[in-house]
Design a protein around this ligand. Structure first.
Ligand code: URA
Length: 209
């Protein structure tokens, strides 16, 4: 079974409180999502492998650690996932970025893929799939299926707020995926919004309401 990490770091919790508030405007919302994504990426990269190299400081020679050069990829789920990309790229500037777009079929209510553009070497990369809200889990589950179908082997999922329903569905559908969340909320309402949540993350990020 994949692991679930819920971040209780004070900086993340503080910033999350501000993005939840309904009076927080687009500019501040965007900046805070970016900062939370950076802090989450710091934790989610904790298991990156290191190599030892020999270097010379002004004082003496020493053995020191550097990243082993593992290839990473970030895949935001359109559209709100885009808000988390820059914050992660700040820490992992060499990461390649793919995109997956899904819409909900009005009849089947199932997510349907309308856009997929991924790094060509997706099979060799460790992938961070990002979406601020894990509500029913439908989009995350489908996006990860889509990545696995194209050969991705090691996938982590990062979101800001999860509903218990979505978390359970994602864990069941993809037990090999580690899930990183900043807050686990109470439930979904009848319209599929996370309660208490923060409203529509895409609208709040892009000012489209
Ligand atoms: N997507 C959102 O943006 N917000 C929710 O509460 C649920 C899904």
């Amino acid at each position: 079974m994949g692991k679930v990490y819920v971040f209780d770091h004070p900086l993340i919790q503080h910033k999350l409180t501000h993005i939840r508030k309904k009076e927080t405007g687009t500019k501040e919302f965007r900046e805070l999502v970016d900062e939370i994504a950076t802090l989450m990426a710091f934790e989610a990269t904790r298991d990156l492998p290191l190599d030892e190299v020999e270097i010379e400081t002004p004082v003496s020679r020493m053995k020191s650690k550097v990243l082993s050069g593992k290839k990473l990829g970030i895949v935001p789920i359109l559209r709100a996932g885009i808000g988390m990309v820059d914050g992660i790229v700040k820490l992992i500037p060499a990461a390649k970025v793919g995109h997956i777009g899904l819409y909900r079929d009005p009849e089947t209510l199932k997510p349907v893929e309308y856009y997929v553009k991924l790094p060509s070497d997706i099979t060799e990369r460790d992938i961070f799939v990002v979406d601020p809200m894990l509500a029913t889990g439908g989009s995350a589950i489908e996006a990860i299926h889509s990545l696995k179908k194209r050969g991705a082997k090691r996938i982590k999922f990062l979101c800001l707020i999860a509903a218990p329903e979505g978390l359970k569905a994602l864990e069941e559908a993809h037990p090999d995926v580690d899930i990183y969340i900043a807050a686990l909320d109470d439930k979904l309402d009848e319209n599929g919004y996370i309660v208490p949540g923060l409203g529509d993350a895409g609208d709040r990020l892009f000012g489209t309401k």
